[in-house]
Ligand binder design. Sequence first.
Ligand code: GDP
Ligand code: IMO
Ligand code: MG
Length: 420
Amino acid sequence: MNIDILLGLQWGDEGKGKIVDALSPGYDVIARFQGGPNAGHSIEFNNIKHVLHLIPSGIFHPGKLNIIGNGVVLDPAVFKKEVEELRLPVSEITKRLIISKKAHLILPGHRMLDAAYEVSKGNLKIGSTLKGIGPAYTDKAGRNGLRVGDILRKDFQDLYQEHLKNHLLILRNYNFKYNLSDYESGWFEGIEMLKKFSLVNSEYLLNDLLSEKKRILAEGAQGTMLDVDFGSYPFVTSSNTISAGTCTGLGISPKQTGEIFGIFKAYCTRVGSGPFPTELNDETGEKLRKTGCEFGATTGRPRRCGWLDLPALKYAIMINGVTKLFMTKADVLTGFNSVKVCIAYNINGKETFEIPFDHDAPLQPVYLDFPGWNENISALRNYSELPGTLKKFIGFIEEQTGIPITMVSVGPDRKETILR
Ligand code: GDP
Ligand code: IMO
Ligand code: MG
């Protein structure tokens, strides 16, 4: 059996949580492989909206196993809060969720450093979620991290104090005022919560499950354009958000990857700083934000909005090896007279599909206009019932990318999904 992968193809918030939840009945295991509580994955059913940050989006399905893999960075305080807000008994959650001992811990010092670095960058700030992601991955790569498995060591408190001392030493170079107890609040209680869970070398478990022919879905966080290697560096996150990240983040061989589901919104959004070629700083952008409820699931920040960017989508498909496309938020485009798609970039009078290395390149999006539609499509469940103009829009994206769009999402609820 191979592991299927679901990833965001844009700048995050494509609707990964909703779709992973909707696909979960067809899988035995759902595993997160990178990122941390910078993620906010929303799931809606029975008129309740849940937002997950660390826990995989299969958690609401009884009998499914969820795994937080080694590639994730885990903040115990966020984890504890998330477990408590899940509206499920902890005894049930401990049955459904297993955590890799090799996942790195986000320490209070990482959050302080994240904040200090952002302040020091001034206008060039990344727009981080301030969850400590960058500093935690920095310590991982620098071989200075603490991992989930370390919490079981007798000398864990000493190790923690040593790490804290080092972080405070670095912080001395920054004019950053902090109250340590604010940052430590809930963190040690979170460590106690973690101890209630099975902490394992999850790479063995996952490979055993594959041998047993269990169906596994890897759930990406963030999006391809936020990948540390292929996103708009330095305005990116600190992990590999792309399909290749599944292998390192779970301990799976590339030979064992199956379908690669690429998920994209029918338009684009970005939260935080960095280039966004199709951004609309006008009434249309405002309408997309309002209709699409485009406010961050983790930070509440308004998301920047713009038209669909095909060169960026094609790039993401190439880097990930996408086999099937899922389009979300098609319903948000209802009521626009015309819907635009960026088909190329014009840079100094030359048309190109290549995303320039230089963020300051004078880039103008080249748009193609599509007639809009006014029908409310959220109650539709058959592809054939969709307005002809929307089907033309979908057909154009398939023709341009060469990849079939096999799922269209028409609302935030689990049920508001059209399979083709
Ligand atoms: P994720 O980070 O990729 O899981 O996405 P988020 O949960 O951060 O943001 C997606 C938002 O859009 C959430 O509020 C979802 O409930 C909502 N959503 C997902 N799919 C659809 C859809 O097809 N239509 C509408 N209107 N909302 C959707
Ligand atoms: P999901 O999984 C959207 C953005 C931040 C910032 C940059 C770096 O919900 O799609 P970080 O906190 O990682 O240091 O921030 O990345 N970012 C996201 N944007 N969705 C996310 O996750 C994001 N996670 C990080 O806004 O620009
Ligand atoms: Mg999100």
